[in-house]
Write a protein that binds this ligand. Structure first.
Ligand code: HEC
Ligand code: HEC
Ligand code: HEC
Length: 238
């Protein structure tokens, strides 16, 4: 709010300053005095009228600008209010994100509480593979829970990893929750070695990076993908 006020004051000051200057120039050439100081008093009535009109327009414009600026400041304040209330809020009812009239709201648990006992990976993030295997979660195959996942037990070993352990891609860990069409054929051609995989591409969000580092485990837990040591990589270090 204070910033909006200061801004409008600066705007008015600028507009007045500029007008004063150009008004002075006009009258100076009209009066031929060579001095800007007393120029206003030597203005013709037409010039005075034009200046008055210009001042009125400028005032209007600056009032409009003030209104817009303070509206924007108010919006920003509301936004930061809703963000901080989201952090502080105990209940999703008043976090400004959830629909407060939805009756299922009461079923939502606080994530810290709901996930408190879940297994974690090295980075302290929930290990969803273990959570699924332990039966802590039971994702539905479809919205109504009427079909079953088509689980495929086929590992693919990727050896283009230089001195990093090889990558073992497990179809089973994926197809417990994902449909074949989530990956084939848009992300991966279903043929071993047919995709131009590389760590750079993954880091750039392609191939595995479409999901890993975004909705599934982080790319910084290298060993969850690079899980198969080979003579060139040294022993397992994790
Ligand atoms: C989500 C799985 C995944 C994770 C996590 C991951 N990588 Fe990779 N990485 C790959 C795949 C896939 C390849 C390509 C393998 C191939 O082409 O045979 C690869 C290749 C590599 C290569 C070989 C050179 C290259 O550019 O392709 C290096 C080095 C590498 N990764 C290092 C790392 C390091 C270091 C980390 C952790 C910071 C890491 N990776 C995490 C999947 C992963
Ligand atoms: C999370 C992504 C993902 C999902 C989901 C997935 N696949 Fe794959 N699939 C891959 C990757 C990665 C490869 C290896 C591609 C490569 O080596 O370049 C692969 C390879 C294949 C291959 C080739 C094997 C070979 O020997 O050449 C077949 C067949 C295949 N998948 C079938 C399926 C079927 C059927 C499903 C569903 C039950 C499925 N995939 C689900 C990622 C996936
Ligand atoms: C369509 C999304 C998607 C793509 C693409 C994908 N993954 Fe995954 N991946 C998942 C999900 C979801 C899980 C379950 C665990 C999780 O969410 O953190 C998973 C689990 C895994 C696991 C099991 C880890 C463990 O602890 O047992 C490995 C290994 C893995 N992914 C490697 C890869 C590699 C390598 C690629 C690329 C060749 C890849 N994934 C591509 C979504 C994907």
């Amino acid at each position: 709010m204070t910033r909006a006020l200061r801004f409008s004051a600066v705007t008015v000051w600028l507009v007045v300053g500029l007008l004063g200057c150009s008004g002075g120039m006009d009258s100076r050439s009209a009066a031929g005095t060579g001095s800007g100081q007393d120029a206003v008093s030597t203005m013709t009535p037409e010039q005075q009228a034009a200046l008055d009109e210009a001042m009125a327009t400028a005032k209007q414009a600056s009032a409009e600008q003030t209104r817009q600026t303070s509206e924007a400041a108010e919006k920003a304040a509301q936004l930061s209010l809703s963000v901080s209330s989201e952090k502080a809020s105990e209940s999703p009812r008043d976090d400004g994100i959830h629909d407060p009239v939805n009756e299922s709201l009461a079923m939502l648990q606080n994530p810290a509480q709901a996930l408190g006992t879940f297994p974690r990976d090295r980075r302290g993030e929930v290990d969803w593979v273990v959570a699924l295997d332990q039966g802590l979660i039971e994702p539905r195959a479809d919205l109504n829970g009427q079909t079953r996942m088509q689980v495929l037990d086929m590992d693919i070993l990727m050896k283009g990893t230089q001195s990093m352990p090889w990558v073992k891609f497990p179809h089973s860990a994926h197809t417990k929750w994902l449909d074949c069409t989530n990956c084939h054929d848009e992300i991966f051609k279903p043929e071993m070695g047919a995709n131009d995989l590389s760590m750079n591409a993954v880091l750039a969000g392609e191939f595995c990076g479409v999901c890993h580092g975004k909705v599934s485990f982080s790319l910084f837990v290298c060993e969850r993908c690079h899980s198969v040591p080979h003579p060139g990589s040294g022993e397992k270090w994790w």
